[in-house]
Each structure stands twice: as structure tokens, then as C-alpha cells.
Design a protein around this ligand. Structure first.
Ligand code: FAD
Length: 643
């Protein structure tokens, strides 16, 4: 039996971003003991990077806003592929979750009359993003950590131990979920990044909150943590992933210098008045309003500019179309030869606002461009282009409880699927984390409290998980005798990123996706031969080798689903199937593992019918708008059709 440090808790939350921390708070408040495990430092989750804000229909900046309008915008943004129940819960509960953060100590920017200020963002009808300058995610995490500390202080008062019910395990990577003989979650296995020593959490419930998958693409706004671990852990444990073909390319990433390519330029720049221009100086977005959004966006620059001051009597600027539309438009401009010297377009706020105002509203953006590109955004335009940013696809969960199909497994945040359909609106992630992080924490607590027997981990499963984790060291022994028989993890990672960038990127075609699948098949074999040198003590090569099998599995899900979906919708654009097909709107592609190799199991993708939207929610939309997305048969009972 391998040597392993053991901990016994009621709930393990994997991930200390917004979703994970909100789940921790909820499970602890139900009286359970919780371990929060994160592979980075505590407080350094991806959520910290969120800049623009958190969408919630509080109606502070425009009293006409309501949960119904937020729901409509979210469904429109996702091109009606969203899990409507999730979109409903999200729109209804987001305001309470933001106000609740204030009770934890959050300090949002204010309106002149002292309410939480809300800013414009793409696809949102009204100014809706509660924000703290352009550092909203940082405040969100700071506040929730503060809440956790206060709960730990209560525990100290009661038990004499700060960590009696919430303990943080930072720089600790989970590599496998373990189940009992009845197929229930029984534990989570991992290793300490610093020492390489193994650790086992014996637990009946796991909340996966591990974020996204962007590190499998060459140009991305995502940090090193986004290797799709949670997606792969859940898949290997028997859960399903949905919507994996939908990957969001944010329209505005930095493109120069090469070392910073992909770093995000917040949509808040456009929300606050920045406009996109090509090298001819044209505001090209007016030429890219798609038929489904015709009539909803300004058609002249004058109207678009008036909208910033008077939103009642003008339509919004097409610079704030949903992200998929803007990213495709930029792609076309560059392809047509109207791009900037470094292959992007210009984003201009300098000519539209006094320097002091830019410094007040966008301090991080100013700092980022000055430090990384030597560009002063108060004086000159930024050069921007699309960057892989967010995955809409993820673990299929019950909307109300966050439960996946494996008993004891829950998921929330970016690693879960359904809420955003084919395309997420900016600001809807931070609110998603709060709403569904809370629900998953609650779901896990209720599950544990309802158990009559506690599942047990088998020693064989622990040994097997350790063997898989250590296999890159075994391969190194082979490499010693025959160097050409082994592979370097960094080389494979670069090749994987290049394949996904070139062949399963922003615009896709069947022949290219098929090539990607062939290349992934080759990488699958080569990953088994990855060898790492040295010891288990902080060894980044080994960490990457362990992550690679997750990345490969997730990339196969993305590529296979992208091949099967023969239409274009949201974050999935097929050059060879350019239109949206109503039959596909009601179809989800579901990825499961299929046995085969225990290290990287085979993936199968099957079509599944979407649950029809509840009639009272469907009735919120105009029949003419729905006709652009739905089949006639689906709309037969809509009041607009009956009347
Ligand atoms: P994260 O915050 O990424 O947390 C994931 C956690 O899981 C981390 O603690 C990580 O260490 C841990 N983890 C991962 N794998 C493992 C493992 N194997 N073992 C242990 N721990 C693991 N959204 C908005 O709504 N508004 C915005 O303004 C906004 N701006 C953004 C700006 C940038 C630059 C980026 C990149 C994203 C932005 N987003 C924004 C998106 C949003 O920030 C993310 O979708 C969201 O923060 C994801 O939160 P999460 O809790 O799901 O995961």
C-alpha cells in the first residue's frame, strides 16, 4: 500500500475560486466539515482576474431592469441552447447573492445616490454589472475569504480550533476521484505540489469547482491552472459533459508583444465607451449586426454614441454585441486585410474620454498596457484580437442542487455546463459562481446529511491512483536506456495547443476537425510515454505530465462534439455549416467515457433531446424572435401563435 496522508471530512470542495468558496461557506453554514483544496495558492484562483463585474438585475442604474429581462438576455446570448432552469435561477437569485456579498463586507462602486453602481456590458439590455473598478473578481474572492475567516473564528470560539470545520489545502492537486463498490463518491486523491507526497480525502461528497480548459489553446486569457482537471475528473468518475463544442473566444485580448498575446482586455472598455476600429479608421461593427439581432442595435455612429447618455431613446452600440459576434467580426476584418500591423484591430477609448476619467474607470487596463506593451491607453488606441477565454461546456448537473449523475458528486462554476448555452454573456460568470456555488454547497450538505452509511475507499483504488500519477517517473527509467522511446511533457503540451488553435479554434471545418482528432489520437499514444526527470519535490515537469491526460481527454470531447454539430451557433462556428439549425437547438451533445484505456479512457459523444422550456418562460419572448431559433412545432402552444 502506497504511503498517503489521510483526512476525513464531510465535503471536499476542489477549487478555491468564486464557485468553490461560495460552496464552502454554504456547506459549513449547514454545520458540516469542509476541506477546500486548490492547486494554486489560496486567494490566487482565476476568479481574481475577473475585471468587468458581476451581472445582477438590481435595477440600480436603470429601474426597468428585472430578472425577466436578465433571463431573456442570457437566453438570447446563448442562442436559446441554455438550460433554461439554470438561466431562470441565475437571473432570479443573482441580486440576492450580490447584496449578500455586501453583508460579508464587499465594497462595490456606488451610484451618486449611494447604491451599487452597474455598468454596461455586451448583450445586456441595461447597465447590469456590479463592479469594483476593473478589479471585481479580486473583491469577490477577498470578501469570501474574509467570510470564511469569520466562520473559522466562530469555530475557534466553539471548539478551540480554527480549522475544526473549514480547512484549506493550498498547492495541492487532486488527480482522481474514488468511488465505493456501489458507485458513490468515497474520496479524492491527490498530491502536494511542494513535496510530491500523496494525500487522500475520505469523503462522501465532492464539489468540483475547478474552472476552465483554456490552457489547451495557444492564445488564451487563462492562467496555468486551466487544464480542465475538474471536467476530466468528473468524466472519468462516470459523469457526463455537455456543450463541449462551445468555447468562447473573447474578442479583445492583447496581441502585442508576443509574450503577452492573449491577456484579456476587459469588455468594460467598450461598456464605458471604447469603440472598435479597423486600419481605415472605420467603426466596422455596424456592418456585422446579424439578422437575429437586427433592430436591437444602433445602425449609425450618432445613435450609438447617444446611447451612452440616453438609453431610453436610443439603441445600444453594436460594439457591445455578444462576444461570439464581435470575435467573428474582428476575425473577418483581419482576414479582409483591414487589420493592424500585428494582426488585430484597434480599440479606442483615448479619443472618447478624458485621461483622468479613463484612469478612474480602468486603472488595471492602464497599468497592464503601460507595463506590458508600453502603450498609454489614455493617449493611443490599443491593438486587440480574439483570445480563448471561457468554456460554456462542462459537467452536466441538476440545476437546483448542482448534483452530477454520480451519487455524491456536485459541480459549480465554469467547470459545470448548461447555464450559458452556446455563448456566455460577460458578467454572467461571477453571478453564476455565486448562485450555483451556493446551490452546490447546499446540495452536497443535504446529500451528506441524508446518508445512512458512509462510503469507504478501497486500498486498491488508492494504489492504482498513485501508480498512474507516478507513471511519468517509470517512463524516465525507460528513457535512460532508450531516449527516443520517451516524450517530453512541454513538447506535447505545445503540440496540443497548436493543434487546437489551428484546427478547433474560432472558425472550424469538418476536414480540419478530423485532422485535429487524428493528431489527438497520436498524442494519446505519446502521452503514455511522457517521462519526467528528477524527484517528486516541486517538479513542474511532473505536474504538467499529470495535467496532460486531463487536457487530452477534454480536447477530444471538444473536437468530437464540434465535428458532430453541423451548424453554427454561439461559440461554435462551422465554415462549412454557416447557419443555425432549429433542430440542433433542441439537441445537446453529451460526452461520456467509454472504458478502454484506464489512464485516458475512450470518449463517446451522443445526442440528447433538450428539455422544452417551461411555457411561462417561453411566453416572455416575442413569437417573432423565437421563430428565428425554434421549430414551428415547438412554438405551437405559444400565446403569440394561439392568439
Ligand atoms: P476559478 O476561479 O478558476 O477557480 C478554480 C480553482 O480550482 C482554483 O483554485 C484552482 O487552483 C483549482 N483547481 C483546478 N484544478 C485543480 C485540481 N486538479 N486540484 C485542486 N485544485 C484545482 N467573468 C465575469 O463574470 N466577469 C468578468 O468581469 C470576468 N472577467 C474575466 C477576466 C479574465 C482575465 C478571465 C480569465 C476571466 C474573466 N471572467 C469574468 C470569467 C470568470 O473569471 C471565470 O469564469 C470564473 O472566475 C471561474 O470561476 P471558478 O470558481 O469556476 O474557477
Amino acid at each position: 500500500m502506497v504511503e498517503v496522508e489521510r483526512h476525513r471530512v464531510d465535503v471536499v470542495v476542489i477549487g478555491a475560486g468564486g464557485a468553490g468558496l461560495r460552496a464552502v461557506i454554504e456547506a459549513r453554514q449547514r454545520g458540516l466539515s469542509v476541506a477546500v483544496v486548490c492547486k494554486s495558492l489560496f486567494g490566487k484562483a482565476h476568479t481574481v482576474m475577473a475585471e468587468g463585474g458581476c451581472a445582477a438585475a438590481m435595477g440600480n442604474a436603470n429601474p426597468h431592469d428585472s430578472w425577466q429581462v436578465h433571463f431573456q438576455d442570457t437566453m438570447r446570448g446563448g442562442k436559446f441552447l441554455n438550460n433554461w432552469r439554470m438561466a431562470e435561477l441565475h437571473a432570479r437569485e443573482a441580486p440576492d447573492r450580490v447584496w449578500e456579498l455586501e453583508t460579508y463586507g464587499a465594497l462595490f462602486d456606488r451610484t451618486p445616490d449611494g447604491r451599487i453602481s452597474q455598468r454596461n456590458f455586451g448583450g445586456h439590455t441595461y447597465p447590469r454589472l456590479a463592479h469594483v473598478g476593473d478589479r471585481t473578481g479580486l473583491e469577490l474572492i477577498r470578501t469570501m475569504q474574509q467570510k470564511i475567516v469569520s466562520l473559522q473564528q466562530e469555530d475557534h470560539a466553539e471548539y478551540g480550533d480554527y480549522e475544526a470545520r473549514v480547512k484549506v489545502y493550498a498547492e495541492c492537486t487532486i488527480t482522481e476521484l474514488l468511488k465505493d463498490s456501489e458507485g458513490r463518491i468515497a474520496g479524492a486523491f491527490g498530491y502536494w505540489r511542494e513535496t510530491g507526497r500523496f494525500v487522500l480525502f475520505e469523503t462522501p461528497a465532492v464539489v468540483v469547482a475547478t474552472g476552465g480548459i483554456g490552457k489547451s489553446w495557444k492564445v488564451t486569457s487563462n492562467s496555468w491552472e486551466y487544464t480542465g482537471d475538474g471536467h476530466a475528473l468528473a468524466l472519468r468518475a462516470g459523469a457526463a459533459l455537455i456543450n463541449m463544442e462551445f468555447v468562447q473566444f473573447h474578442p479583445t485580448g492583447m496581441i502585442w508583444p508576443p509574450s503577452v498575446k492573449g491577456i484579456l482586455v476587459t469588455e468594460g472598455v467598450r461598456g464605458d465607451g471604447g469603440v472598435l476600429k479597423n486600419t481605415d479608421g472605420d467603426r466596422f461593427m455596424f456592418s456585422y449586426i446579424p439578422p437575429v439581432f437586427k433592430g436591437q442595435y444602433a445602425e449609425t455612429e450618432e445613435e450609438a454614441d447617444r446611447w451612452y447618455e440616453d438609453q431610453e431613446n436610443n439603441r445600444r452600440t453594436p460594439d457591445l454585441l455578444p462576444r461570439d459576434e464581435v470575435a467573428r467580426a474582428i476575425n473577418s476584418e483581419v482576414k479582409e486585410g483591414r487589420g493592424t500591423p500585428h494582426g488585430g484591430v484597434f480599440l479606442d477609448i483615448a479619443s472618447r474620454m478624458p485621461a483622468a476619467e479613463i484612469m478612474r474607470r480602468l486603472p488595471s487596463m492602464h497599468h497592464q498596457f503601460k507595463e506590458l506593451a508600453d502603450v498609454d491607453i489614455t493617449a493611443e488606441a490599443m491593438e486587440v484580437g480574439p483570445t480563448c477565454h471561457y468554456v460554456m461546456g462542462g459537467i452536466e448537473v441538476d440545476p437546483d442542487t448542482g448534483a452530477a449523475s454520480v451519487p455524491g458528486l456536485f459541480a459549480a462554476g465554469e467547470c459545470s455546463g448548461g447555464m450559458h448555452g452556446s455563448n456566455r454573456l460577460g458578467g454572467n460568470s461571477l453571478s453564476d459562481l455565486l448562485v450555483f456555488g451556493r446551490r452546490a454547497g447546499l446540495g452536497a450538505a443535504d446529500y451528506v446529511l441524508g446518508l445512512s452509511t458512509r462510503p469507504a475507499v478501497s486500498d486498491d483504488d488508492v494504489d492504482a491512483a498513485a501508480r498512474v500519477a507516478l507513471s511519468p517517473f517509470d517512463a524516465a527509467d525507460t528513457g535512460f536506456e532508450n531516449p527516443s522511446a520517451v516524450e517530453n511533457p512541454y513538447t506535447l503540451h505545445t503540440e496540443l495547443q497548436q493543434s487546437m488553435h489551428d484546427l478547433v479554434g474560432i472558425i472550424r471545418r469538418a476536414d480540419e476537425i478530423e485532422r485535429a482528432l487524428d493528431e489527438l489520437q497520436t498524442l494519446r499514444a505519446r502521452i503514455r510515454q511522457v517521462a519526467v526527470e528528477g524527484h517528486r519535490q516541486f517538479n513542474p515537469g511532473w505536474h504538467l505530465a499529470v495535467d496532460l491526460r486531463n487536457m487530452l481527454l477534454v480536447c477530444e470531447c471538444v473536437a468530437e462534439s464540434a465535428l458532430q454539430r453541423t451548424e453554427s451557433r454561439g461559440g461554435h462556428t462551422r465554415d462549412d455549416h454557416p447557419s443555425m439549425d432549429p433542430q440542433w437547438r433542441r439537441t445537446l451533445l453529451v460526452c461520456r467515457t467509454n472504458g478502454g484505456d484506464p489512464v485516458i479512457p475512450d470518449v463517446s459523444v451522443t445526442a440528447q433531446r433538450q428539455e422544452p422550456m417551461r411555457p411561462d418562460l417561453l411566453a416572455l419572448f416575442d413569437i417573432d424572435e423565437l421563430g428565428k431559433y425554434y421549430t414551428d412545432e415547438e412554438l405551437a402552444d405559444h400565446p403569440g401563435r394561439k392568439g
